[in-house]
Design a protein around this ligand. Structure first.
Ligand SMILES: [Zn+2]
Length: 632
């Protein structure tokens, strides 16, 4: 569908501006080139200066600031952090006006005989801990530059036919690395080779004072690098064991998929407490941001062990193979998130498999992690009203949902539940073929096709079903649809059960859970009281139907005292232990805004933490799947 909007641009001058409907791919009007110069010398004071020279033809023009960011599945381009916009032609300022419906579009008229526009603006670097690449991306010592934040482009030209030649100026002494090679010009600017706009935006730059490069290239392989940056040089002290696990990750991933779709690969690994923490996939690199001590503190290391495997898998599952609704080819068309259970869910499963196969977690830690995933999903009342499919469909908004009432709202569960569903699919293939085939065979066919540079091959739900049937004939459509439409209050645990394990609860925490609590500063009482707390006793979530919720406690309240004594997580845990031998209720004094109230919890079953326990009646398929080089 194509929609036309008409605007009056300037008083007295009627100008018809055609704005192609947001669902349509813009039709090419003319080829376009952009010379982009980014000055990051003031990154330490949270501001970038950008200057573009854009080739144009006279007449109405719409410039667009990237809105839908690939991999973020949402319209979260940080347009409110653009300031100081000034558009000139032949040295003269041109008037412009923002579209009243599409805030990311700027309308103007290019004067006769004009072939180039100069567009200047500043990007105000954000400081928020949330928001993916639109969140905090810089410190006084480093910057992750996302090119989509520092450019606008002609809306009516498809981004893959716009050629951008970019340069970057950094603070003195800073180094940088990206999947686009660059060379130093005589004027202190780094110059990047001309690239299509899509490719440039797919190649963020990791810049900083402390940068370290670790070669992960496998024998006879194309270059793979782990590029580390931190505010603290001491935080870059990666151990030889960890380097060897990341080298093994590359070997195992190439073994799993049987080929690659990149010419070289860089893990851009940021270690900082001052940036937003997340991972964002690209064809030839990933933007991976973790707390500063992740390489030097075992709790932090364990809690984030699966990040790089997940983002690396995306080079195949997400960038090369992408749901048709996400393969828009531009930054303006809305993305359809209905197949994120494949894009993210399968990636979460394969990332976990590669985390195990590469040795980044031990088999026991890997099982502890799976137990946490299964227990969380099995205590999620929101699943009784929101089927998993709806968590996919609303994902563009749910990514930014608050954590309060999370278990009742149910947000982007397709990551964790995808882990369980694809584990069950893997185990089912193994059962159907008497262990001769596995999900690895599906991946080699679906994501394979021979080594290549970056390519995009969209797929539909039907393609997934067909691909599974080609490996092991079965009613895969019903298998997936049943799980996507279910409103059962329990999680799909078939993969765990059929792979020879059971989800059980014990009164001590597993080692991985201890690490997650330390690293994330949480106190996890979800499987006893139905409470997830911050370190200071603030309730992040309260699970409906469980003892804390039944007593009247709610997210946002803060525990002040337990049984009359000032709160600490140890005091709360001691009280649970003692309550097993007592008939008295647990008494919690909680702060709710400016008010204090005492809540009474009649709970006597002690602490409960999830584990996987071996079922000796069945073969241990789970360990086979996670074992290095484990392919039938
Ligand atoms: Zn992902």
């Amino acid at each position: 569908m194509v929609r036309t909007k008409i605007h009056l641009l300037f008083p007295g001058v009627a100008v018809l501006l055609l704005l192609v409907a947001s669902t349509a791919h813009p039709a090419a009007r003319h080829p376009s080139t952009i010379q982009l110069a980014v000055d990051a010398t003031e990154a330490p004071r949270m501001i970038l200066h950008t200057r573009e020279t854009i080739s144009v033809v006279p007449g109405a023009l719409t410039l667009f600031y990237p809105k839908w960011i690939p991999g973020e599945h949402a319209p979260d381009g940080p347009v409110t952090d653009v300031a100081g916009l000034r558009i000139t032609a032949n040295g003269k300022a041109l008037p412009w006006r923002r579209d009243l419906e599409e805030m990311y579009a700027i309308h103007l008229v290019v004067p006769p005989s004009t072939t180039e526009l100069e567009v200047r603006f500043d990007f105000l670097l954000p400081s928020a801990e949330i928001g993916f690449s639109s969140g905090a991306s810089s410190t006084p010592r480093m910057l992750v530059l996302s090119w989509n934040q520092v450019l606008m482009y002609p809306f009516d030209v498809p981004p893959d036919s716009i050629v951008v030649t970019a340069s970057l100026r950094l603070p003195p002494g800073w180094k940088h690395v990206s999947a686009l090679t660059s060379e130093r010009a005589s004027d202190e600017n780094e110059r990047f080779p001309a690239a299509a706009l899509n490719t440039l935006i797919d190649s963020p730059v990791l810049c900083g004072e402390y940068l370290k490069r670790v070669d992960l290239t496998p024998p006879n392989g194309v270059p793979h690098f782990l590029d580390l940056a931190s505010d603290n040089e001491a935080a870059l002290a990666i151990t030889p064991e960890e380097i060897s696990s990341y080298r093994q990750l590359v070997v195992e991933a190439l073994g799993l998929f049987g080929c690659r779709h990149y010419d070289h690969y860089d893990f851009l690994f940021t270690l900082s407490d001052e940036v937003a923490h997340f991972g964002l996939e690209h064809h030839q690199c990933s933007d991976d941001r973790v707390p500063e001590r992740t390489l030097v503190d075992d709790d932090f290391r364990r809690a984030r062990a699966g990040l790089l495997p997940h983002e690396f898998v995306h080079s195949w599952n997400g960038k090369f193979r992408r749901p048709v609704g996400l393969a828009t080819g531009n930054f303006s068309s809305p993305m359809k998130d209905d197949l994120l259970w494949v894009y993210e869910g399968l990636t979460e499963y394969l990332g976990a498999v590669l985390t195990g196969r590469s040795g980044l977690l031990t088999p026991e830690e890997q099982r502890d992690d799976l137990a946490l995933v299964a227990a969380k999903l099995d205590h999620r009342p929101g699943r009784t009203w929101r089927p998993l499919q709806d968590a996919n469909d609303e994902a563009q908004l749910l990514y930014s949902a608050r954590t309060e009432w999370d278990s009742w709202r149910r947000d982007v569960d397709f990551y964790d539940e995808g882990y369980l569903i694809w584990l069950e699919a893997d185990v089912t293939i193994r059962e159907l073929t008497n262990g001769k085939k596995s999900l690895d065979d599906f991946c080699r066919a679906f994501h394979g096709g021979g080594n290549s540079g970056p390519e995009l091959k969209p797929y539909s739900f039907e393609d997934v079903v067909r691909g599974m049937n080609n490996v092991a004939p079965y009613d895969w459509r019903t298998f997936f649809v049943t799980r996507l439409q279910s409103t059962d209050d329990h999680a799909p645990l078939g993969g765990i059960i059929k792979s020879g394990w059971k989800l059980v609860y014990r009164d001590t925490m597993n080692d991985l859970q201890k690490s997650v609590e330390e690293a994330r500063k949480t106190v996890d009482m979800r499987y006893s009281l139905g409470l997830l707390l911050g370190d200071d006793g603030t309730m992040k979530d309260v699970i409906p139907g469980m003892p804390a919720a039944r007593s009247g406690l709610a997210p946002g309240m803060k525990i002040i005292a337990v049984n009359g004594r000032r709160y600490s997580k140890e005091i709360l845990r001691d009280a649970l232990k003692l309550a097993v031998h007592s008939t008295s209720p647990l008494s919690i004094l909680a702060e709710n805004g400016e008010f204090y109230e005492t809540y009474s919890l009649d709970y006597h079953q002690g602490e409960r933490y999830p584990y996987l326990e071996r079922d000796a009646a069945k073969p241990d398929v789970l360990s086979m799947i996670m074992h290095p080089g484990a392919r039938p």
